[in-house]
Design a protein around this ligand. Sequence first.
Ligand SMILES: Nc1ncnc2c1ncn2[C@@H]1O[C@H](COP(=O)(O)OP(=O)(O)OP(=O)(O)O)[C@@H](O)[C@H]1O
Ligand SMILES: [Mg+2]
Length: 392
Amino acid sequence: MAGSLLKFENVGKVYPDGTRAVSQFTLDIHQGEFVVLIGPSGCGKTTTLRMVNRLIEPSSGTILLDGQDFRQVRPVELRRRLGYVIQRIGLMPHLSIADNITFVPKLKKVSQKARRSRAYELLELVGLEPSAYMDRYPNELSGGQQQRIGVLRALAHDPDIILMDEPFGALDPLMREQLQEEVKRLQRAVSKTIIFVTHDMDEALTMADRIVLMREGEIVQVGTPEEMLRRPKDAFVTQFIGRHRMLRQASEVTVDEVMLTHPVTVPADLGLARSLDAMRRRRVDSLLVVQRDGSFCGVVRLPLVQDAMNLGRECGVGELAETCKTLCPQDLVLEAMHIMLEGQPSGVPVVDESAHVVGLVTRGTLVGLLGDALKRAHEAESPSTETADQWA
Ligand SMILES: Nc1ncnc2c1ncn2[C@@H]1O[C@H](COP(=O)(O)OP(=O)(O)OP(=O)(O)O)[C@@H](O)[C@H]1O
Ligand SMILES: [Mg+2]
C-alpha cells in the first residue's frame, strides 16, 4: 500500500481576531495523489493550504509529513519538499523567464549552467519552445504563458508536494482547460502529489483523484469525482455540484436506451484485405470481431490491420483482435462514459448474456445524450441552480 505522505489530524485554525477558519480537519493524502479542496468562498481552503507550507501555524491538531510531526521538520527541508502556485503568480518582472523558473534553485546556489538546463527541460515539458522563451521577460508573455511559468517555477526544485491555490482562476475558460490538461499530464509524468484549491466544480471533477468539499471550515464530504456525483452526502453537496445535474440524469439512463443497435461486426476468419475494405466502406476505423456463433471476441483497429497487411501477414482478422471492456444492455450509460474516459475512447461494445454483440456505445451516442440533457436542464431552470452559482 502506498504510504500516507501528508496527514492532517484534527487540524484547526482560529485567527487572532477569533475567526474560526478551519476546524477538525482530518485527511490522509497519499504519494502521487491529486487532491482538490473545494467549497464556497471563505470556507477555509487557502488557510488549509497555507498551514501545509507553514505560512500559517495551526492552532490545534497535527500535520504529519512522512509520519513526522511538521513542527519537527526544519523549515529549509519543508521548503525543499514543497512547491507553491497561486492565482496571481507574480513573476519577477526584471528576471528572465529562465531565471524566474529557477528562482528557488538559484537561492540554493545551483550553478547557472545547471539552472539553464533545468529551465530548458521544463519549458519543453509544457510545450514552450525553450530557445524562444528562456531569455524573454514576463511582460513579453501572455497571461496563460505566465501562469505556465508559475507552475514550472513550483516544479523547478523538484518538490514532492505541490500546493496550488486557484492557479487558473484568472484565465479564460479555454486557456484554463488547456492548463488543466497540462498540469494533470505533468503530474502523471513526474508523479507529484498535488493539493489543488478551486471553487470550480468542473475543474475539480476533471482534475481530482479525490475531492474534499468544505463548508465553514469543516470537511463535508471526501470522495472520488465518481462518488461525489453518485452519492452526494447531503443537500449541500447536491447543490454544490448542482450544475452537474445533467450528469446525474445521464446516470439514470441505461445503455440499451442509447446504443447503436447495428454495429459493424465481422467474422474472426475474415481476411485482412476484406476487413480493410469493410472499414473503408462503412467509414469506421475499428471493427467488432465475432466468432462463427456470433459471440464477441474483440476489437480490431485500422492501423493494426494495415501494419499486418504491409508485413504480408496472411491470417483471419480475429488474430489481430484486442480484448476490450464490454457492457450489458442494462448497465448505466455512466459506466460507458467511464470506460471511454479511462482509455477506450472509440467505443464500448454491448453484449447480451450469451456474449452476442447487440450494440455499441460511441462518443457520438454520448454527445447526443448530453445535448438532450442540456436541453432538459435549460427547460427546467430551477432555483437551486442559482443557489449553486452564488456559492461558486
Ligand atoms: N488573516 C486573517 N485574519 C482573520 N481572518 C482571516 C484571515 N485570513 C482569512 N480569514 C478568514 O478565515 C476564513 C477562511 O478564509 P480562507 O482564505 O481560508 O477561505 P477560502 O476558502 O480560501 O476562500 P476563497 O475561496 O474566497 O479564497 C474566512 O472567513 C476569512 O475571512
Ligand atoms: Mg482562498
